[in-house]
Each structure stands twice: as structure tokens, then as C-alpha cells.
Design a protein around this ligand. Structure first.
Ligand code: HXC
Length: 508
């Protein structure tokens, strides 16, 4: 009996060594942890249970029959994050570069299917060279099966991808379907085709970093939702994110005990809005003063910074916050900010996370670049996302809410449940100056200045909208947290369903 138990330990030991000491040392030399070290940091101590540790590939071409490593380049299983169940897979770059064989794919699909059945998030850690080149079409089949599972699970369980090394070819599209992608700075990159292929096809010479590093995806393309300094920071932050999320769409957002009184008043908010309407201020200050203990997990912080999206808690319950940022491009809505916020709003709605929207928006970004880039369709995404969302929606206009952007930003007209404004709000078709220059374009400069003052007095305030019932109340800035908290509490019983449909046709 003893030798049988020893045999099991020996086999486990072999599997845990992955591609061997030399490759593990090379992984460490690149500043990266191994697949199993990463899971140790991601999951609660002692909670990880591994599946399929002894799975091997079945390829025979190119001498593969003699090159088998138990586990075949991916570590899969389940574990806990702060006591809550999650399913995981972690690509092992030390085994055939983490490349995907059919057996490797089957391991991932097994945890995907279980996560969906049980109703728990799945987190994938990527560090891989794409399809196992020696396997051919079986690898492609494996990828497609994974993509299918990702798609079926979308909106049912949260899916999170962390890119911690190369992520090339077939490996990029599974993360792309998941809810959030995070990268590790300088050690990770993502692209469909690498620098060599790019050179052959387009004659461009680019580095991995220029083609798909975090500066590309977390700052320009918006493919990634954030980037962290190193493996440790990335995994610690993913634990923090998971704490905000429900396990599945069956559960509703998690609530945890809060020691931050919901009645807390913030006198400093009374002076947040500068006297000059063209002067920016930091919308993050408002967010941090409203959420519990100033704890805010921002999504896509470095991309489309003119809009802020992220998770916070009010009275211990998770809320999704969307806010225009007057500090960047005056908080205007453009293609990127509309795409970013629309995706976030849809995530919150899919997982029953109430939405809190802070509005200070001068309108949509004018210009040929925006129009040629499809601002109409991209802007419509955000409009559509807010309109279809049935979760509790609380909106506060702090300053500007001009034109179509007023409608878009969770207005009453898109079924906003409770819409507040600060006394500093200006709810109008456009800014006073632009408005009078159009209506009175032939008048003298002095006359126009007079008209502007008149227009401002009449329309640049929240009271016209409030008199129509488009704003439910004009509130004191210092009582914002108290009012939002009360609104969210009173909205807990909200029931609203959209008409039956197979699915909608959001302007993609
Ligand atoms: C098999 C692979 C591999 C792969 C890497 N390795 N990629 N083995 N299939 N796709 C192996 C290497 O042979 C090497 O083995 C080990 O992993 C480490 O690789 P290195 O090249 O030494 O590492 P590094 O210099 O860090 O470069 C990493 C890399 C590079 C940039 C990812 O390995 C690379 O370009 N790989 C190929 C990428 C690719 O073209 N993949 C196919 C994409 S097509 P040893 O034994 O020396 O340790 C695809 C189609 C799917 O994915 C489409 C579905 C929709």
C-alpha cells in the first residue's frame, strides 16, 4: 500500500515541476511567477484543489509521442477568494510555452462547464504561445470549444482574464469574450499575429510591446481594462475585484457589513464645483466621498479617461459607478468613452448591480475624426445600454447636462429611477454662449453678451427640468451620500422587465 501512496506523491511531484527546473528559473528570470505560484497568490491559502493533473496530450507527429508532461501546460481547478468559490485555469509557460493542445483545451472546458453549472466566476491566467504548433487542427477545435463556452457563460457568471505573459493567436479571443481583461506591465502582451507575421504581411517592424503591450491595450485600444505593475499586484487586485462581484446572475450583488454611516455628510462637496463653469474639477473626489470607506475599483482607468467607470459600495452593497470626468476633454462623450461605459453598464445590468451615474457632460465630441470613426453608432451603444438596463438607476447631475448627452447619461427619459441635481446643474440643449450665438447670430457683441446672461439665468439651472419632473429633486451637495444611499435602499424591491425577445440588437 505504502508504495502506491508514494507513487501518487511522485507523480504529483512530477506534474508540479511542469517544464522542469531550467524553464522555471527562466520564468522567474523574466520577472514572472509560475502557473501554480500564481494560483497560490490568487486563492485563499489551502483552498485550491487541482483537477486533471495527470492529463497528457495524445499527439504523435513531430516526435511528440516522446514529449509528454503531466498536466499539459495548464493548471485547472477550484478554490476560494475570501471564502467565495471561483474556478480557475492558469497557463503554464514552462510546458510547451503554455501552448494549447486538444487535451489542454479539454481541461479548460471542464472547469468552464462546471463554473457555469455551479454558478461561480471563472478566472483565467494567460501566459502562452497560442495553438500547439505540432497539433494542427485539433488545437483550433479546442479553441473554438473554449470560445463557445465563454459565450454561453457571458452574462451568467463573471469571467475574468489576466494576461501575465505572451497571449498570442488563438489565446486572445477567449479573453476578448470575457468580462474583464487585465495585463501585467512590461511582461505581458496580446496580439492576434506577432511581429514576424506583421513584418511579412505589412512590412512594418514592431516590437511585442509596441504591437500589444499594456500601453496599447490599457491606454489606446481599450481591449484591456487595466494593467498592474507585476504578478503580485495583479493577483491581489483581482481578489479585490472579485469581492465586488456576484458569483452569478442568480445571486444579486454581494452585500457586506459596512462601518461607514450612510448618513455621513460631506461639507467639502458644497464647494466642489468651481465658480467658473469652464473650470475643471476632479469627479473622482465626489466618487470617493460618496462610496463606503473611499473604496473604489476603477475599470479602464487609463483608457477614455473622460469617463470614469468602476465598482464601489454603498451601505455595504456593490454599485456600478459611471461618471463624466470634467478634467479630461471636459468630460465629453466620444467614441471611446461611449464604448467603455456602455460595456460597463451592460455588465452591471447583467449581474443585477445597481447603477449610480454622476453627470457633468458638455455633449458629444464634434469633428470629422469622430464622425468618420462612427460616433453615431458608438454613442448609441451607451444610450442603448442605459435604456435597456432594468437595475436600479440613480443619477446625479452636478453641473453640465447638455444636449443629447443629457438624454444618454441615465436620464429620467431612459427609465432613470431617481434623478437628482445639485443646484449648480445646468440642464440645457447646449451651453449659453453657443446657444445665443446661433439664435442671435446677426446681433452685436454687446447684445449677444446680454442675451447670454439672459439665457443663462433662464436655462442654465436645474429648475426648468425639475419643474417638468425630469429631475426628482434638487439636493444639497453635502447630503449626496445620504440621498443616494436612501434611494438605493428604497429601490431594492424594483421589478422591471423588458419585452420578450430572443436577444436585442445593440448597435455593435
Ligand atoms: C508549441 C511552443 C509554442 C507553440 C512556444 N512554444 N510557442 N510550442 N507551440 N505555439 C515553446 C517553444 O518551442 C519553447 O520550447 C518554449 O515554448 C518557450 O518558447 P520561446 O520561443 O523560447 O519563448 P519566448 O522567446 O519567450 O517567446 C514566446 C513567444 C514565442 C513569443 C510566444 O514562443 C512564439 O512566437 N511562439 C509561437 C507563437 C505562435 O505563432 N503561435 C501560434 C499562433 S496560431 P522549449 O522546449 O525550447 O522550452 C494560433 C491559431 C489559433 O494560435 C487560432 C484560433 C482562433
Amino acid at each position: 500500500m505504502k508504495h502506491i501512496l508514494e507513487e501518487l506523491e511522485k507523480r504529483r511531484g512530477q506534474a508540479r515541476m511542469g517544464g522542469g527546473e531550467r524553464r522555471i528559473a527562466s520564468q522567474h528570470a523574466k520577472g514572472k511567477l509560475t502557473a501554480r505560484e500564481r494560483l497560490d497568490l490568487l486563492l485563499d491559502e489551502g483552498s485550491f484543489e487541482e483537477f486533471d493533473m495527470f492529463v497528457e496530450h495524445r499527439a504523435t507527429d513531430f516526435g511528440m509521442a516522446d514529449q509528454k508532461v503531466p498536466g499539459d501546460g495548464v493548471v485547472t481547478g477550484w478554490g476560494h477568494i475570501n471564502g467565495r468559490l471561483v474556478f480557475v485555469f492558469s497557463k503554464d509557460f514552462t510546458v510547451f510555452g503554455g501552448s494549447l493542445s486538444n487535451a489542454h483545451a479539454r481541461k479548460i472546458i471542464k472547469v468552464q462547464e462546471q463554473a457555469l453549472k455551479v454558478g461561480a466566476p471563472i478566472i483565467g491566467l494567460f501566459d502562452a504561445g497560442g495553438a500547439r504548433i505540432q497539433e494542427g487542427v485539433d488545437g483550433l477545435a479546442g479553441y473554438a470549444d473554449i470560445f463557445l463556452q465563454n459565450t454561453l457563460a457571458s452574462g451568467v457568471i463573471p469571467q475574468i482574464s489576466v494576461i501575465m505573459g505572451p497571449c498570442a493567436g488563438g489565446d486572445v479571443y477567449s479573453p476578448a469574450i470575457t468580462d474583464f481583461i487585465f495585463m501585467v506591465k512590461d511582461t505581458s502582451y496580446m496580439y492576434v499575429t506577432g511581429p514576424d507575421v506583421v513584418k511579412t504581411v505589412t512590412h512594418e517592424e514592431v516590437t511585442h510591446e509596441e504591437l500589444g503591450g499594456y500601453r496599447v491595450h490599457a491606454m489606446k485600444s481599450g481591449v484591456a481594462d487595466g494593467a498592474f505593475e507585476n504578478d503580485l499586484e495583479a493577483l491581489t487586485q483581482i481578489r479585490r475585484l472579485v469581492d465586488f462581484l456576484p458569483l452569478s446572475n442568480r445571486e444579486g450583488a454581494p452585500v457586506r457589513e459596512s462601518y461607514d454611516p450612510s448618513e455621513r455628510l460631506e461639507a467639502s462637496l458644497d464647494t466642489l464645483i468651481p465658480a467658473n463653469p469652464n473650470k475643471p474639477y476632479d469627479m473622482k473626489e465626489l466618487i470617493l466621498k460618496v462610496v463606503d470607506e473611499a473604496d473604489f475599483f476603477e475599470i479602464s482607468a487609463e483608457f477614455a479617461k473622460n469617463i470614469i467607470c468602476g465598482f464601489g459600495r454603498i451601505d455595504g452593497a456593490t454599485v456600478g459607478i459611471v461618471a463624466n470626468q470634467p478634467q479630461v476633454l471636459a468630460g465629453v462623450l466620444d467614441i471611446d468613452s461611449s464604448r467603455k461605459a456602455a460595456r460597463f453598464v451592460r455588465f452591471c445590468d447583467a449581474f443585477e448591480i445597481p447603477l449610480v451615474t454622476f453627470v457633468d457632460v458638455p455633449g458629444f465630441m464634434p469633428g470629422t475624426k469622430q464622425e468618420q470613426g462612427g460616433l453615431i453608432r458608438h454613442g448609441a451603444k451607451l444610450l442603448f445600454a442605459y435604456a435597456e438596463a432594468t437595475v436600479p438607476k440613480v443619477t446625479l447631475i452636478t453641473r453640465k447636462a447638455y444636449g443629447g448627452a443629457y438624454d444618454v447619461m441615465s436620464s429620467k427619459h431612459l427609465r432613470g429611477d431617481v434623478n437628482y441635481a445639485w443646484p449648480t446643474a445646468e440642464i440645457a440643449v447646449m451651453g449659453s454662449k453657443g446657444a445665443v450665438e446661433i439664435i442671435f447670430r446677426n446681433e452685436s457683441d454687446e447684445a449677444i453678451a446680454e442675451r447670454e446672461a439672459d439665457y443663462k439665468a433662464r436655462f442654465a439651472n436645474p429648475f426648468v427640468a425639475a419643474s417638468r419632473g425630469y429631475i426628482d429633486d434638487v439636493i444639497m451637495p453635502h447630503s449626496t451620500r445620504r440621498r443616494i444611499s436612501r434611494a438605493l435602499k428604497n429601490l431594492r424591491g424594483k421589478q422591471l422587465a423588458n419585452p420578450w425577445k430572443k436577444h436585442d440588437n445593440i448597435p455593435l
